[in-house]
Design a protein around this ligand. Structure first.
Ligand SMILES: O=C(O)CCC(=O)C(=O)O
Length: 202
């Protein structure tokens, strides 16, 4: 990530993206920039923890689409969507150049958060497990409520994000409570103006 983004790096968010075998769980075409207003850009690292291929519903992208415009998006109600808002692009665009990013367990891909991407249902016999990790340079600026992030490399001379600490206690319950503050901050961004409610947070 340092080769791509420079020496001063923040890690903003991590999410497991799991699709059970032989289900319709999927992600419709969308761009993260529709909901995450962050400049210059966010680098999303998708690490395969199981085989991610065409059959198991790997990540699909339209190469070069991060250089094009931000397209119109709508929120949906599809229970099979693995996305927080069941969002999808609501206008016509050229899908002919779409490619599957096939990864063996342990391999990773890095995408720009403006790229148009999606993933199809998992038709294999095994779970498809990916870990999404969002990285940004400390100079990055995010619109909206102030958020938290962990400094994973270098120094932060900007203070655009509230810096998270590591675990604060030997007591796991205290650490969970401590992390709740960061989770609440990020869900304000993820669910801003959404009809959907974050799951598992009280
Ligand atoms: O993991 C997937 O299949 C797609 C996930 C995704 O596009 C996202 O969370 O932004």
């Amino acid at each position: 990530m340092e080769d791509l983004l420079g020496p001063d790096l923040l890690h903003w968010n991590s999410t497991f993206r799991i699709k059970e075998p032989k289900t319709n769980q999927h992600a419709a075409w969308y761009q993260d920039t529709a909901y995450i207003k962050l400049k210059p850009f966010l680098s999303i690292c998708w690490l395969a923890l199981s085989s991610a291929n065409s059959r198991s519903g790997c990540l699909r992208v339209i190469p070069g689409s991060h250089l094009g415009p931000l397209l119109g998006h709508s929120e949906g109600n599809d229970p099979d969507s693995i996305l927080s808002r069941a969002q999808y692009i609501n206008e016509t665009f050229d899908q002919s150049g779409a490619i599957d990013i096939e990864l063996a367990p342990g391999e990773t891909t890095v995408i720009n958060h403006s790229i148009i991407h999606s993933s199809n249902p998992n038709q294999s016999d095994d779970r498809r497990i990916g870990l999404l990790m969002d990285y940004l340079p400390t100079s990055a600026v995010k619109e909206g409520p102030r958020d938290t992030a962990i400094l994973v490399r270098g120094e932060d001379h900007f203070g655009h994000f509230e810096l998270e600490t590591g675990p604060v206690s030997d007591d796991p319950l205290r650490n969970v409570e401590h992390q709740r503050h960061s989770l609440k901050a990020i869900t304000k961004t993820m669910y801003a103006h959404s009809q959907h409610k974050p799951k598992g947070l009280s």
